[in-house]
Design a protein around this ligand. Structure first.
Ligand code: DQA
Length: 151
């Protein structure tokens, strides 16, 4: 079975994982999480080549969705605070055919009101919220099972 390619995209402040509010986001760094997801991609059928990208900049996220994302078989995307208000990022997701799974480490619904709404969710394939960093792994396995079905 052919390999798949998955873009693992993280938005603003997720580069601060490990030291950023560890009671909410845990103590592992983004590099730790990316390493695990890249390794997990390799260890299963079909094999998934995971391309990790993080940016604090809205335009860079849009560019990455339009280029790497457009060519990928799936995007695992934690848009950080842009989730709640970036129409530009929503439009970028809507402009490509690649399915997107939106991931939030924390349960945004238990938190401040402004985190309850996602402008990305209506254009995403689905959402995984509040399961900590496991959300990234679960999203990867969902993409793997989708690709296996369509092979
Ligand atoms: C987050 C939730 C967002 O509200 C917040 O702005 C983040 C992280 C999460 O993973 O729980 O930066 O996306």
């Amino acid at each position: 079975m052919a390999h798949g390619t998955i873009l693992l995209l993280n938005g603003p402040n997720l580069n601060m994982l490990g030291t950023r509010e560890p009671e909410i986001y845990g103590s592992r760094t983004l590099a730790d999480i990316e390493r695990d997801i890249v390794a997990l991609g390799k260890s299963g059928t079909p094999q998934l080549d995971v391309v990790p990208v993080q940016s604090n900049h809205e335009g860079v996220l849009v560019d990455t969705i339009q280029t790497v994302g457009r060519e990928a078989d799936g995007i695992i995307f934690n848009p950080g605070a842009f989730t709640h208000y970036s129409i530009a990022i929503r439009d970028a997701v809507a402009s490509i055919n690649t399915p997107v799974v939106e991931v939030h480490i924390s349960n945004v619904h238990k938190r401040e009101e402004f985190r309850h709404h996602s402008v990305i969710a209506p254009v995403a394939a689905g959402q995984i919220v509040g399961l900590g960093e496991d959300g990234y792994r679960l999203a990867l396995e969902w993409f793997r099972s989708q690709l296996a079905k369509n092979a």
